[in-house]
Design a protein around this ligand. Structure first.
Ligand code: NDP
Length: 440
């Protein structure tokens, strides 16, 4: 296919390159199933290997699969609803990012040729409200949310199947588009790697943006629903709901609402701007997030924890501290990127870069180089603490998330070094710590 503005071949392979792309598609779903099966046992031990293997019937249920498809369909219907504003990802911003990320000028044609700016409808919060109405009507009509708990593994299997089928579709679709629409990081020419990491940057069917849709809605709203189902199951089993379960539900609910409310902010994240849409993101969004991030509430159903008022207050303060750092840091950078002259950020010190953009070196971004990750990790710890100290399994999230964010920070650092060169070196000198002050 001739294309004047080709995306060059990806030379730097991430996530373990081809080997990673062969292993991870097996490892990721196995980990999800292993965690769910282990968490459902009396011991809830990650060291009980192999865990009791389920019968085929425990893995697969056509009704559960159909319900999962209905969930995706419902969220898709809400996504296309003409409510909420429509924003364009500024063409020059996307162009500049692609330009610097790929070390080449050619991808900028993707934006310039037809002068197009990708449009995105910001209505994830509306989708949450509409979902709440639908669930509310369901509950009033006798729907039992505990069905999700009872069929949790089957839902995770269904989500995995959908993630894989979607990824195959995405790869086939990517073979039919202009080369300029491919992801700068997912065009290695190795089909296994490109399939895993994502070959096409912003796959769309008409104006339906598949990556943007999957990023927040089915997984994040699903996560809240799963937590609520666990709460409902606990109440069915014990006639009351524990403080620990309430805290986990509230903390994670606030986190999800924050992400949905600030949906516009994801338009400038690595996921949207740099990464293609392949198995890694599809599985992450649809399966990994809802089924592993909810492990604490799943754990609490079978392993009740009595939390005294003092512990509950301390954990709540910790969560509030993490949320404060996370939100203030993200808002400060977003405000600065939108309008550096905004009075809220105008007094902050900055460094000029050759791209015309400036880097903050005071305020939150002068404290550590990723203050938002620090806040996120403090919250992650606060979500696990209500599960007590008897098991390591409910701490899976904070352990995995630390590894994820350290790796993500290194990837972002690599991209920023390419984008900003000497200015980035200067920033690193002035702000030596990456995530944890005086430690890392
Ligand atoms: P960030 O919001 O951390 O953005 C990184 C970008 O910010 C850089 O590429 C650079 O882009 C800009 N930047 C970096 N330093 C500065 C500075 N000093 N001054 C101005 N701009 C700077 O990216 P992420 O997408 O990784 O994270 C977004 C949020 O999502 C975080 O809070 C993170 O914790 C959270 N997250 C949560 C996950 C989960 O599963 N729960 C998974 C991943 C992320 P540029 O200069 O081009 O603007």
């Amino acid at each position: 296919m001739s294309d004047k503005y080709k995306t060059t071949r990806t030379k730097e392979l991430e996530f373990g390159g081809t080997l990673g792309a062969v292993i991870l598609p097996f490892l990721l779903p196995s980990t999800v199933f292993y965690l769910i099966i282990s968490c459902g046992t009396k011991e809830a031990s990650v060291f009980n290997f192999p865990p009791p293997l389920p019968e085929l019937g425990e893995l697969w249920n056509p009704i559960t699969f159909l319900l999962f498809l209905c969930w995706i369909g419902l969220q898709a219907a809400f996504y296309v609803c003409p409510v909420g504003k429509v924003v364009s990802l500024a063409g020059d911003d996307l162009m500049r990012r692609i330009y610097y990320n790929s070390d080449t000028k050619i991808a900028e044609g993707q934006i310039l040729r037809d002068g197009s700016k990708l449009k995105y409808r910001i209505n994830a919060f509306h989708a949450f409200v509409m979902t709440s109405v639908v669930v509310g009507i369901g509950l009033a009509s006798g729907l039992h949310l505990s069905y999700i708990y009872d069929h949790f593994l089957q839902f995770a299997v269904s989500a995995s199947v959908v993630s894989f089928v979607l990824s195959i579709f995405l790869y086939i679709k990517s073979l039919c588009v202009k080369e300029s629409l491919l992801a700068p990081g997912g065009n290695s020419g190795n089909p296994i790697y490109d399939f895993f990491i994502g070959h096409e940057l912003n796959p769309r069917i008409g104006s339906f943006d598949l990556k943007y849709f999957c990023e927040l809605r089915p997984g994040l709203i699903g996560w809240v629903l799963i937590n609520l189902a666990m709460l409902s199951k606990e109440s069915e089993l014990r006639g009351s709901v524990s403080t620990a379960m309430i805290l986990v539900n509230i903390f994670q609910f606030v986190y999800v609402i924050d992400a949905l409310w600030n949906e516009e902010a994801i338009l400038t994240t690595m996921d949207i701007v740099h990464d293609g849409f392949g198995l890694m993101l599809a599985f992450g969004d649809l399966t990994w997030v809802p089924f592993t991030y909810s492990l604490q509430s799943y754990f609490l159903v079978n392993h009740p924890v009595e939390l005294n008022a003092f512990a509950a207050v301390i954990i709540t303060i910790l969560n509030l501290l993490g949320y404060f750092i996370f939100r203030r840091a993200n808002s400060q950078k977003n405000t600065f990127r939108r309008n550096p002259k905004d009075p809220a950020v105008a007094d902050l010190q900055t460094i000029a870069t050759a791209t015309g953009k400036r880097l903050l070196v005071s305020g939150w971004w002068g404290f550590v180089r990723h203050p938002n990750y620090l806040g996120d990790l403090i919250m992650a710890l606060a979500w696990s603490l209500p599960c007590g100290f008897t098991h390591i399994l409910p701490y899976f999230y904070v352990i995995y998330f630390t590894v994820l964010l350290i790796h993500r920070e290194a990837r972002d650092e690599h991209q920023c070094r390419k984008k900003y060169g000497l200015a980035w070196e200067e920033y690193c000198k002035r702000v030596p710590y990456r995530i944890f002050p005086y430690m890392y």
